[in-house]
Design a protein around this ligand. Structure first.
Ligand code: SAM
Length: 279
């Protein structure tokens, strides 16, 4: 046992927390596993943690038992609040729970850098990841992200050039952060089990994007390049500017290459070349 609170199956039964599909509720009930996930970010004794979607609180308990200084949790399902209040009472002054939608919560309301941890429905997780990677200023308000995704999405975040998984998400994530798959989990790790495997991705922000480029131009370039990923870049990027072949060559990219062959450095060079032409 990681704490003296009741086992999660009992918590779920006591508070009537039958899993709702509409909220993407696949709970982790094994507290050894939630502690393992809570250890991925490293020492959290000096950090505030933002947990999104705590549900019945398995990961919350893992974080607190592993020594997180303070956890601020946002949960959309009001049925979970009494169970979370029991955890807050067990760890006085260390858990603050907000009822609400994580997509509407402004994490800048928190003081200082936070480490974000979440086991969220996958669509919400991807949308939040993109938002957290594209704040107005960099470095961002978070010092690390430890997020559960569908395995296939985790692979897209951490993919290297040359394969099908490499695309906009890999370029955006790795341009701004170091990203790795820290743990993979089979469907049986969850109650109820989802259809697919899952993985925890851990991201640490780079002090500045890995290669210089204007973020808006970078976004335009990458969206256009991968929008027609099977085409050669001289075709997929044609609408960007007349003479795109020359710009590609100037950026060190063969015009006959396809987007998935171009490393992040190449997209940054192409963005700089286009910006230099006044685009
Ligand atoms: N963290 C718990 C665990 O690991 O067992 C629960 C994980 S469950 C996959 C996802 C949780 O996110 C649910 O408790 C669900 O109610 C909550 N949730 C879903 N959409 C949300 C949103 N937009 N904002 C905040 N919480 C959300």
């Amino acid at each position: 046992m990681i704490d003296a609170l009741p086992p999660l199956r009992e918590v779920i039964e006591t508070h009537g927390l039958s899993a709702k599909k509409s909220l993407g509720q696949n709970f982790i009930l094994d507290l050894n596993l939630t502690s393992r996930i809570a250890r991925i970010p490293g020492d959290l004794s000096g950090a505030d943690v933002l947990e999104v979607g705590p549900g019945p609180g398995g990961l919350t308990r893992g974080l607190l038992a592993e020594g997180a200084r303070r956890v601020v949790a946002i949960e959309k399902d009001p049925r979970c609040l009494p169970a979370l209040a029991e955890i807050a009472a067990h760890y006085p002054g260390r858990l603050e729970v907000h009822e609400g939608d994580a997509l509407e919560f402004d994490p800048r309301l928190l003081n200082g850098p936070v480490h974000i941890v979440a086991n969220l429905p996958y669509n919400v997780g991807t949308e939040l990841l993109v938002r957290w990677l594209t704040p107005k200023v960099w470095p961002p308000f978070w010092s690390g992200l430890t997020l559960m995704f569908q395995r296939e999405v985790a692979d897209r975040i951490t993919a290297q050039p040359g394969g099908k998984a490499y695309g906009r998400l890999a370029v955006l994530a790795q341009w701004k952060a170091e990203a790795r798959v820290a743990l993979t989990l089979p469907p049986e790790a969850f109650t109820p089990p989802p259809k697919v495997h899952s993985a925890v991705v851990h991201l640490t922000p780079r002090p500045e994007p890995q290669f210089p480029a204007d973020p808006k131009m970078m976004n335009r370039v990458v969206a256009m390049a991968f929008g027609q990923r099977r085409k050669m870049l001289r075709a997929s990027m044609k609408a960007m500017t007349p003479g795109i072949e020359d710009v590609l060559v100037e950026a060190g990219i063969k015009p006959t290459e396809r987007a998935e062959q171009v490393p992040i450095e190449g997209f940054a060079a192409l963005s700089r070349a286009l910006t230099a032409r006044g685009l």
